[in-house]
Design a protein around this ligand. Sequence first.
Ligand code: SF4
Ligand code: SF4
Length: 111
Amino acid sequence: MTNPFGFTINKTRSINLDDCDYATIRELEEAVPSFKRCMYCGGCTATCSAGHFTDFNIRKNHYLFRIGQFDKIGDNLKQCMLCGKCTLVCPRGINLRSMIINMRKILAEKR
Ligand code: SF4
Ligand code: SF4
């Protein structure tokens, strides 16, 4: 809907966290315990090699996984080159490479 001020209003979106697939989230937490320590500072996204050339956003994918929005991640994770720069800069010591590899594996098994 366009309003007289020239911008559009986003559709509202709500997520029912009671319906969330917690078993899948726990699977990743068990494989990569550091997954839980993220404070969403964005350091990983700022340094991401893939993010400089594509729409890949590791922080966004990380968050979508955490709230069980797996269908929103889709094939986006394939853009990661597993270079490991994000892991080097993460202030919370999260093993992002391992996290991405396991996210890919878990999501592939769910399909
Ligand atoms: S750098 Fe680490 S703490 Fe910051 S958003 Fe990325 S994974 Fe989370
Ligand atoms: S490992 Fe993937 S997410 Fe991390 S900096 Fe490299 S391309 Fe980006």
